[in-house]
Design a protein around this ligand. Structure first.
Ligand SMILES: [Cu+2]
Length: 172
């Protein structure tokens, strides 16, 4: 009986240690594998009718913070279909109605090109582009002429395959 009790105590103590250790370690390891996004600010330009910067290149997971305070005119941010479009794209991001003070964040979880306008001033060119890149994406190597590639890289493979085929034929 006593031994059982001691064993149980040891077991529960071990379990406690494992639990506590995993609780302490788990968040730390999760943080180290995930890279946190960077925040890029976009403001209203000096003319009052532009965004600055109006061509932003960011990485996937980054946030764009559209921010301005007490502007002379009311502005907003509305996603558009293309750089030519002056209209809000349905289901796109939008800061709301134009106002003098805006603090609006958009986090980009998708690779691609995104376009936005200030709705009242889009016709005057108040628009911008955000290009979202994936730093972990595999960039394809520049294509070399195939005649150069085949002997260097494929020749041994082709040779082995031919030898194998010859052997199989022999044994048949
Ligand atoms: Cu505007």
């Amino acid at each position: 009986m006593r031994r059982d009790l001691a064993l149980m105590r040891t077991c529960s103590l071990l379990l406690m240690i494992i639990l506590v250790t995993s609780m302490v370690l788990a968040p730390a390891s999760a943080e180290s594998t995930e890279t946190e996004g960077v925040t890029h600010e976009v403001a209203v330009g000096e003319s009052g009718l532009t965004f600055t910067p109006d061509d932003l290149e960011i990485e996937i997971g980054d946030t764009v913070r559209f921010i301005w305070t007490d502007e002379g005119m009311d502005h907003n941010v509305a996603e558009a279909e293309s750089s030519e479009s002056n209209d809000y794209k349905e289901d796109g991001f939008r800061s709301g109605d134009p106002v003098a003070t805006v603090d609006f964040n958009v986090t980009f979880d998708e690779v691609g090109s995104f376009y936005y306008v200030c709705e009242p001033h889009a016709g005057m060119g108040m628009k911008g582009t955000i290009i979202v890149n994936d730093p972990n994406a595999v960039v394809p190597e520049p294509q070399r002429p195939t005649t150069e590639n085949v002997p260097g890289f494929l020749a041994p493979v082709v040779g082995i395959a031919l030898m194998g085929a010859a052997l199989i034929r022999k044994s048949e």
